[in-house]
Design a protein around this ligand. Structure first.
Ligand code: ADP
Length: 191
């Protein structure tokens, strides 16, 4: 199994690079943002619970996120591994994930953290908001709140994996293919 946490702030390119990594290594994508958006579009109770948090750019409560991830992991079999995208976003989520994976004997191999400066991120998110219609990508105030939440709640997750010797930081600016080449180089050197 190859289990990778793809990490980075909103707009860092996690979704784009996930697609390419999945194709290269035959992995299963586990994006909590995508799973929530699917629940919202299907009008499920979980979607109703998550929506107000997402619209404001706040985090969905840990127990809701962890339950959903546990479910997805339980219901996926025969995969070569997972790309965790947008999860874990808090240290409590990281601990819960370690516990679940430990029980399966398939730990996280590495965290790849995409590094992009804030001005570039804001620019990318506002552009994405225009084409995707995502409400959280259209209002600069909501985007700034997401950056603040990221700095406060999510950056400690990188320290959590660094303490396990699993953190690799990747420059997330440049062409999509050159960033992908940096990611695969890090994977090949560490898998
Ligand atoms: P981005 O990385 O651009 O912020 P995502 O699709 O990963 O986009 O997440 C969108 C929103 O979904 C987040 O702002 C948050 O409200 C919610 N969300 C996604 N993943 C998590 C998570 N692991 N924990 C808490 N909230 C989450």
């Amino acid at each position: 199994m190859l289990n990778i946490v793809l990490f980075g702030p909103p707009g860092a390119g996690k979704g784009t690079q996930s697609e390419k990594l999945i194709a290269r290594y035959n992995l299963t994508h586990l994006s909590t943002g995508d799973l929530f958006r699917k629940h919202i579009s299907e009008g499920t109770p979980l979607g109703r619970k998550a929506q107000q948090y997402m619209d404001e750019g706040n985090l969905v409560p840990d127990e809701v996120v962890i339950g959903m991830v546990e479910d997805k992991l339980k219901n996926t079999s025969g995969t070569a591994g997972f790309i965790f995208d947008g999860f874990p976003r808090t240290v409590a989520q990281a601990r819960a994930l370690d516990k679940i994976l430990e029980a399966n004997g398939t730990p996280i191999n590495l965290m790849l953290a995409l590094s992009v400066d804030e001005a570039e991120l804001l620019d990318r998110l506002l552009k994405r908001g225009k084409v995707s219609g995502r409400p959280d990508d259209q209002d600069p105030e909501k985007i700034k709140n997401r950056f603040a939440v990221y700095a406060r709640e999510t950056t400690p997750v990188a320290e959590y994996y660094q303490a396990q010797g699993k953190l690799i930081t990747i420059e997330g600016v440049g062409g999509i293919d050159s960033i992908f080449a940096r990611l695969t180089e890090a994977i090949e050197a560490n898998k």
